[in-house]
Ligand binder design. Structure first.
Ligand code: G3H
Ligand code: 13P
Ligand code: ZN
Length: 311
């Protein structure tokens, strides 16, 4: 099976009350850990590449590694550009063979967001590629953008019909209280996603797939391992997984996870290096890191997304 778009995945997910995991990939071990989990659980997958990941690995390597994963697993896998910030970047990924792109013009005015999104949609649809757009602004750190909590803003449900109709986008990322990075909320606070906004958005856009960014749960056991072995991460908590599971039962069809993968990989490498200080073979420390990613993704597929057995 070649790379697929998210169209059929989202239709089934919407009707089945589950979501597809969209996992950020930067190298071979991350791709292998995620796709081995998907294979063992027969789960569809979205592998997403940010502008920074593409610059790190170069434009060809991640594409070819993802193509290798498709051959190895036989799973329906979509290759998605995460947070595309320009028409040119989206076009370049479409020309390379990505099956899905995000144009993130959420920091622009409503009209400018519509204009840029529409331009990307026209090119993408001409090439059989689907487009995710965003309305509302998440707090947190992305590659080149750092949005403070004060500058973040929830999606306004009254905007969504006009936005989707005028742009023709295929899915919509909304801001309902998630945020990017590993420092989402102070310990002791009680994060609460705005289900009222999600429900109002889906009432206005029946059957339309909704996306949640910033959905890592920041597992405390991984943070503890990092800090036990020389790390210095401040205490912080992430998005409660039961709230993500509830969102997946509703209109949310795509849930983005990157920070948790980074924590899993970093924790295992720190632990391995501390316990085997004389080792210098990258395979020795990348193997447990890859396995930790696999275990984390298996947990997400079964307990958060509910997409096991849905490939
Ligand atoms: O939302 C952003 C993703 O976590 C990607 O992060 O831009 O550092 O690759 P990155
Ligand atoms: P996290 O930082 O919560 O993993 O979010 C990742 C994301 O939204 C990628 O687009
Ligand atoms: Zn994101």
């Amino acid at each position: 099976m070649p790379l697929v778009t998210t169209k059929e995945m989202f239709e089934k997910a919407y009707n089945g009350g589950y979501a597809i995991g969209a996992f950020n990939v930067n190298n071979m071990e991350i791709i292998q850990g995620i796709t081995e989990a998907g294979k063992d659980l027969n789960a569809p997958l979205i592998l997403q590449v940010s502008k920074g990941a593409r610059a790190y690995a170069n434009r060809t390597y991640l594409m070819k590694l993802v193509e290798a994963a498709v051959i190895e697993t036989g799973l329906p896998i979509a290759l998605h550009l995460d947070h595309g910030d320009s028409f040119e970047l989206c076009k370049s990924c479409i020309d390379d063979g990505f099956t899905s792109v995000m144009i993130d013009a959420s920091s622009k005015s409503f009209e400018d967001n519509i204009a840029l999104t529409k331009q990307v949609v026209e090119y993408a649809h001409d090439h059989g590629v689907v487009v995710e757009a965003e309305l509302g602004t998440l707090a947190g750190i992305e590659d080149e953008v750092n949005v403070s909590a004060e500058d973040s803003s929830y999606t306004r449900p009254e905007d969504v019909e006009e936005f989707v109709t005028r742009t023709g986008c295929d899915s919509l990322a909304i801001a309902i209280g998630t945020s990017h990075g590993a420092y989402k909320f102070k310990p002791g606070t009680k994060p609460q996603l705005r289900f009222d906004i999600l429900e109002e958005v889906s009432r206005r856009l029946p059957g339309f797939p909704i996306v949640l960014h910033g959905s890592s749960s920041v597992p405390q056991d991984l943070v503890a391992i990092i800090n036990q072995y020389g790390g210095n991460m401040p205490d912080a908590i992430g998005i409660p997984e039961e709230q993500l599971r509830e969102a997946a039962r509703l209109a949310v069809c795509k849930i983005n996870i990157d920070s948790d993968l980074r924590l899993a990989m970093t924790a295992m490498i720190r632990q391995y290096m501390a316990e085997h200080p004389a080792d210098f073979d990258p395979r020795q420390y990348l193997k447990p890191a890859r396995e930790a990613i696999k275990q984390l993704v298996m947990h997400k597929i079964v307990d958060v997304l509910g997409c096991d057995g849905k490939a």
